[in-house]
Unconditional design. Structure first.
Length: 253
C-alpha cells in the first residue's frame, strides 16, 4: 500500500513547481488528489496526466482560498490532507517595496494558507476526524536576502501560523507542520532568475556549483518528504517547521 492510500489530499498551488511534484507523489502513494491553481491550461494538463482533479482558483482572492477544500469535500465527502504550496517570490527591499507589492505577498504567502487551513480544519473538526497539513515555507523566513523583504515578512508569518494552528488543534489530532525549503530548481525559479537577476541559460549549472551538495534542491525529493509528513508514518510530529536545506543556519565560514 502507498503511504497515502485512501486519503483525500488537496494541494493548493499544485499546478507547477514544488506543488506539481507533490501532486504526482501523492497520486503515486495512493491518494485521491485535488489541486488548485490560477492557470487553467496548466492545471488541467497536470490533472489529465496524473489522474488528479483540477479546480481553478486565484488564491489572492480571499473568497477563493477555500475553493479547493470545497471541491475536495464535494467530490470525496471529506479532506484528509492539505498542502499549501503556492508562493509569490517577486523581489522587493525594505526601501523599494510598494504597498501593492507587500499586499500581494501577504495575500498569497500568508492569507491564502490561513483561510485554506481554516476551511480544511473546519471539515476535520466537524467530522471529529484526524488530518494533516503541510505548509511550504522557506529557509529565508529566518532572515533572508535584502531583496526578499516582503516575501520574508509573509513567510515568517506562515511559520508562526503553522505552530499556532498545530498547538490549537493538537487535541483534535490534526497535525500541522511546515517545511523551510532552500534554493530549489523549479520553473518559477528559472523565471525569477532571468527576470530579476539577468541570468542566462547556464544559471542552473553555476548555481549548482555554488552549493555544498553540488545541486539545487530537487522537486521530487521535497515532494517525497512532504508525502512522508502527510502520512501516518511521520507519527505524532506536529508544530515542527523543518529546515530542508543544505545551508547550516548559524554556521560560519
Amino acid at each position: 500500500m502507498g503511504l497515502l492510500e485512501e486519503k483525500v489530499v488537496l494541494v493548493n498551488g499544485g499546478s507547477q513547481g514544488v506543488g506539481a511534484g507533490i501532486v504526482r507523489a501523492a497520486v503515486r502513494e495512493g491518494a485521491s488528489v485535488v489541486l488548485s491553481g490560477r492557470r487553467a491550461e496548466v492545471g488541467e494538463k497536470l490533472a489529465a496526466e496524473s489522474g488528479a482533479t483540477f479546480v481553478q482558483a486565484d488564491l489572492a482572492e480571499p473568497a477563493q482560498a477555500g475553493r479547493g477544500v470545497e471541491e475536495a469535500v464535494a467530490r470525496h465527502g471529506r479532506i484528509d490532507c492539505l498542502v499549501n504550496a503556492a508562493g509569490l517570490t517577486s523581489r522587493g527591499t525594505l526601501l523599494d517595496t510598494t504597498p501593492e507589492l507587500f499586499d500581494a505577498h501577504i495575500a498569497i504567502n500568508l492569507r491564502a494558507p490561513f483561510f485554506a487551513m481554516q476551511a480544511a480544519v473546519r471539515d476535520m473538526v466537524a467530522r471529529e476526524a484526524p488530518g494533516t497539513i503541510v505548509n511550504i515555507i522557506t529557509s529565508s523566513a529566518h532572515g533572508g536576502q535584502p531583496f526578499l523583504a516582503p516575501y520574508v515578512a509573509a513567510k515568517a508569518g506562515l511559520a508562526g501560523l503553522t505552530r499556532n494552528a498545530a498547538h490549537a488543534h493538537r487535541w483534535d489530532r490534526i497535525r500541522i507542520n511546515g517545511l523551510n525549503i532552500g534554493w530549489t530548481d523549479t520553473e518559477g525559479e528559472d523565471a525569477v532568475q532571468r527576470a530579476f537577476h539577468g541570468a542566462g541559460d547556464d544559471w542552473r549549472r553555476k548555481a549548482a556549483e555554488s552549493q555544498p551538495m553540488g545541486k539545487l534542491g530537487q522537486v521530487d525529493e521535497i515532494a517525497d518528504f512532504v508525502v512522508f509528513l502527510l502520512s501516518d508514518r511521520s507519527g505524532v510530529v506536529t508544530g515542527s517547521v523543518i529546515d530542508w536545506d543544505q545551508i547550516v543556519l548559524g554556521g560560519l565560514g
